[in-house]
Write a protein that binds this ligand. Structure first.
Ligand code: CP
Length: 328
């Protein structure tokens, strides 16, 4: 693994397996049943130039659970970027103050550009429609935990990725991670114009997975193991796209009726969140709240141990944490 986490492209299957094993070891600390102060004195720079709840707060909490402190900056308004400071200068300055940096930015590629000027590890917390590697790692960790509970394996599993597959950065990172594993069946369903980029479809197919593209959810999904649905990212639409999207009448909502009528009792439902609860939104219906197949809040809880594992590996403190787990 490189000294930054900018894209899942830097992760081999061994790296991913290792990170998930470390995340599992972090669970007692994440749940405060065990304590470590391994990052005492270390400072995380948490730079979020685009809206966030989960990623920002869970990276913050993960660093604190390891004993460190966090400096937060949210939005351009309260950063000197509002005065015209470049990514390069911001990066060079921040790396003198912090031991690690998490950054979210609306422009694809901006976090990688920022990382070029630092001396400390940088984690991509989401770069526009590009990637969201820590989310994909926690998604894979969640699938693994859910499958262990249900007695399933990833090999041969059937996964449905649906919603905004064009701008949804979490699915871009996730499908690349999944492609590292034994062949599975991946069905992609999205509104017209919001399809998964073709280079990602080609990559997954070239690694031996069965990939199917469909335009509607009106099919039999009785063998489905995972539904991963995403919000339509209208904030990334051009005016022209907004107009053409308003004419789409098809329903892409995942709700209880869809699960009961088309799926099975062990199909789990995931979503990176936030789900859009405004009138007219159609990603994930609240009528599934309380249904054990809805894994979204187990998924968000998994963000803490997975992000602790990312810090532990990037900052090379795994051995010290293992010692603390034994001693405390
Ligand atoms: N999943 C995710 O990135 O959520 P936030 O936008 O709230 O960080």
């Amino acid at each position: 693994m490189s000294s930054h986490l900018l894209s899942v492209d830097s992760l081999s299957r061994d790296h991913v397996d290792h990170l998930l094993r470390v995340a599992s070891r972090m669970e007692p600390i994440a749940q405060r049943r065990k304590v470590t102060r391994v990052l005492e004195g270390a400072v995380l720079g948490n730079l979020f130039f685009e809206a966030s709840t989960r990623t920002r707060v869970s990276f913050h909490a993960a660093f604190c659970r390891l004993g460190g402190s966090v400096c937060d900056t949210t939005g351009f308004t309260f950063s000197s970027m509002a005065k015209g400071e470049s990514l390069y200068d911001t990066s060079r300055v921040m790396s003198g103050y912090c031991d690690a940096i998490v950054m979210r930015h609306p422009d694809q590629g901006s976090v990688a550009e920022f990382a070029q000027a630092t001396n400390v590890p940088v984690i991509n917390g989401g770069d526009g429609p590009g990637e969201h590697p820590s989310q994909a790692l926690l998604d894979l960790y969640t699938i693994d935990k859910e499958f262990t509970r249900l007695g399933k394996t990833l090999a041969g599993a059937h996964l449905l990725l649906t919603g905004d597959l064009k701008y949804g950065r979490t699915v871009h990172s996730l499908i690349k991670l999944l492609s590292l594993y034994a062949p599975m069946r991946i069905t992609l369903v999205s509104p017209p114009g919001l399809e998964m980029p073709s280079h990602l479809v080609d990559l997954v197919a070239s690694r031996g997975h069965r990939v199917e593209l469909r335009e509607s959810l009106a099919s039999d999904f009785s063998d489905l193991d995972v539904i991963y649905t995403t919000r339509i990212q209208k904030e990334r639409f051009t005016e022209e796209m907004m107009e053409s999207f308003s004419g789409v009448s098809q329903d892409f909502t995942i709700d209880r009726a869809f699960l009961d009528q088309r799926c099975n009792d062990t199909t789990i439902v995931m979503h990176p969140l936030p789900r859009d609860s405004r009138p007219g939104a159609n990603d994930l219906n609240v009528d599934l709240n309380g249904d054990p197949r809805l894994a979204i809040f187990r998924q968000t809880d998994n963000g803490i141990p997975v992000r602790m594992a990312i810090f532990a590996t990037l900052l090379e403190v795994e051995d010290q944490i293992e010692k603390d787990l034994r001693d405390v």
